[in-house]
Design a protein. Structure first.
Ligand SMILES: Nc1ncnc2c1ncn2[C@@H]1O[C@H](COP(=O)(O)OP(=O)(O)OP(=O)(O)O)[C@@H](O)[C@H]1O
Ligand SMILES: [Mg+2]
Length: 272
């Protein structure tokens, strides 16, 4: 599968068949939302093969909020790309939202991303020529929902992120925090099962980062989301139910009982 640019996420053709409809029972059937076994990923580079993961395992249950931390270059973004069918594993199995993501064709992968995954990146990737409302409505319209209905739902989501009065602003007419709120609304407008956020507060000042994180926490709880957040902000990571550290190609659980102490340990090791 070809790598897809973030801006293309959520855009599927109108004629595309949607993945199987999921009933509430399927969502709550007790199986993990993410089940990764023995994942390996290698890249061929001019200097040889770069082996990123060594039989990495990850299980995330429905409604969990998990933080992934780790040094720059450890493979955090690559892991999220694989979970969201933006990149493929070299070996191992990756089940995400009951889907074997490695087996999806590019068309199926696009539909899977549109329906099951909400992505938020460090940079918002809003389309600058469209208004906030139009940006949020876009994933719905990509599914074939009529513009008027899509914009109605989009307006509800802008309200959810506290931006009902900014719907007609283009992205350049929004602050960094507002842009990220719009990106969050766009990520969730299709009611995905899984929210994948890659340093969602990385580009923001401390106070704005805190506010965005609060919005993520609120939406995670109120919409029954399962969320995986990659962050370098260890204080925010400590607010997640679980913290996993990606190191030497594997994920290591940071003990929750002494989470704060472990996070301080992480801080010392990473030199931050
Ligand atoms: N398409 C690619 N081809 C070759 N190497 C790649 C490719 N994509 C990523 N890498 C390499 O894989 C490693 C992990 O990259 P990744 O972006 O996943 O790191 P990260 O943990 O997200 O880092 P950061 O915290 O800086 O965002 C890096 O060394 C990177 O150079
Ligand atoms: Mg990264």
């Amino acid at each position: 599968m070809k790598q897809t640019t973030p801006a293309a996420v959520g855009q599927v053709s109108r004629t595309q068949r949607e993945p199987e409809a999921r009933t509430q029972e399927m969502v709550e059937d007790g199986s993990p939302v993410v089940d990764v076994r023995d994942l390996e990923k290698s890249y061929r580079t001019a200097r040889g093969t770069l082996q990123l993961f060594s039989k990495l395992n990850l299980r995330v249950e429905a409604r969990e909020m998990v933080a992934i931390v780790g040094q720059s270059g450890a493979g955090k973004s690559t892991l999220l790309h694989i979970l969201g069918a933006l990149d493929t594993p070299s070996a191992g199995t990756v089940y995400c939202a009951s889907t074997d993501v490695a087996r999806l064709t590019p068309r199926q992968a696009a539909a899977f991303r549109n329906r099951e995954i909400g992505y938020v990146w460090q940079f918002h990737y809003l389309l600058p020529e469209f208004t906030a409302l139009e940006n949020v409505a876009m994933p719905l319209q990509a599914r074939g929902i009529h513009r008027r209905d899509a914009q109605k739902t989009a307006a509800d989501w802008l309200k959810e992120v506290g931006l009902e009065e900014r719907g007609d602003h283009r992205s350049g007419e929004l602050s960094g925090g507002e842009q990220q709120r719009v990106a969050l609304a766009r990520a969730l407008v299709n009611r995905p099962r899984l929210l994948l956020a890659d340093e969602p507060t990385g580009d923001l000042d401390a106070i704005t980062a805190e506010r965005i994180f609060e919005v993520i926490e609120r939406l995670h709880a109120s919409h029954g989301l399962t969320s995986i957040l990659v962050t370098h902000n260890l204080e925010l990571a400590a607010r997640c139910a679980r913290i996993l550290r990606l190191e030497n190609g594997c994920l290591r659980e940071v003990a929750s009982a002494s989470k704060n102490k472990d996070v301080i340990g992480l801080q010392e090791r990473s030199g931050k």
